[in-house]
Ligand binder design. Sequence first.
Ligand SMILES: *[C@@H]1O[C@H](CO)[C@@H](O)[C@H](O)[C@H]1NC(C)=O
Ligand SMILES: *[C@@H]1O[C@H](CO)[C@@H](O)[C@H](O)[C@H]1NC(C)=O
Ligand SMILES: *[C@@H]1O[C@H](CO)[C@@H](O)[C@H](O)[C@H]1NC(C)=O
Length: 346
Amino acid sequence: MYSFKLKCNGQLHKMMDLKVVVVVVALMAQVQLSVQLRFNHPLHGVVDRINQKAKGSYIGLVMAYSTEEAALQATGHFVPSLDIPWVDLAGRRFNIGKIKGVDVIYVKSGEEMLNAGITVQILVDAFDIKGIVHYGIAGSANASLSIGDVGVLNDVAFTGSWNWKEFKAEEGTLPELKFGAFNVPENCQNLLANIEFTSQQLFSVGKPVEDVFWQPIEPKWLSIASQLQNLTLQQCLKTYCLPKAPQIVYGLRGSTDNIFLDNEAYRDFLFNQFNISIVDEESVAIVATSRTNGVPSIVFRGVSDSASGENKLSEPSLSSLAAANAVTAALEFIGLLGQKSMVDDH
Ligand SMILES: *[C@@H]1O[C@H](CO)[C@@H](O)[C@H](O)[C@H]1NC(C)=O
Ligand SMILES: *[C@@H]1O[C@H](CO)[C@@H](O)[C@H](O)[C@H]1NC(C)=O
Ligand SMILES: *[C@@H]1O[C@H](CO)[C@@H](O)[C@H](O)[C@H]1NC(C)=O
């Protein structure tokens, strides 16, 4: 109908042409503006100097929120650069320094996927980054994991990409969640019907766009991380001690969504359907953004709760203990990267 009007009404047609021209001009202006921002940005020289300072390139260390950042500061391992200790870009503070002798830029991204993705993109665009180490706290969907354990993810998926189907639609080929299966006291139909889990588009340099569900972690980095298996993790917080010593657990699958998951039925569904052990709100965005840019990444997530609405162990809140264990693993890993690059350089 709209195109009919366009064809039959010369005046409207002309107006549309004009709009197209205006849009094109506006787009060109935007492109120029962004080019100018890049080279004439007030912090451009600062960023250049930071990049020249590192002997090789930096490791980007990313966490999402204040408890996780506080856990890093409490270790005392981050030594800020005397020259330029930090630079603020897009409202985030990029802290420049060293951890165990390795050049590191650490940044608190903010919570959830968009913040995490933006932050990693800024890191790789602005700085000379050789890889991204991500740590944080997480919920567990795997009953064999204990609070305080640190999961090293092998794969992570975005579990919020759904094809929400019509009532009584036929079953598809991809994994589905049937709302009716969760009715109480008994299963029956439900107007929310079924959701089919779908993949995400992954853009990467020099490759066509791929549809992916699982985002794998760089195998070389996983093999370095396997050396952390005997790391001693924190078991007590003030006067409270966990019943057993926390461990590093390898080979886990994680899932990310912009959802704080605290529901036993859905958490069990994720474990039973996908073998997902760790649930969080950022990891997949960090891994996908790193892969898009051809940069390796790794995820260490400390279990702070069971994601199931049961708060058996939350006296006191164990988030800071989980964050402390995750940061311990991340920092040891950075130390191993430093040793490895010394070996590689000789
Ligand atoms: C659940 O966690 C345990 C470690 O406590 C691990 O051995 C097991 O492989 C995990 N299950 C899955 C399906 O990943
Ligand atoms: C961890 O400890 C076990 C048992 O003492 C030992 O066999 C293994 O080699 C150690 N692993 C690493 C990476 O140090
Ligand atoms: C989950 O893990 C089990 C045991 O390792 C395996 O048999 C099963 O195929 C896995 N399921 C999925 C959906 O990957």
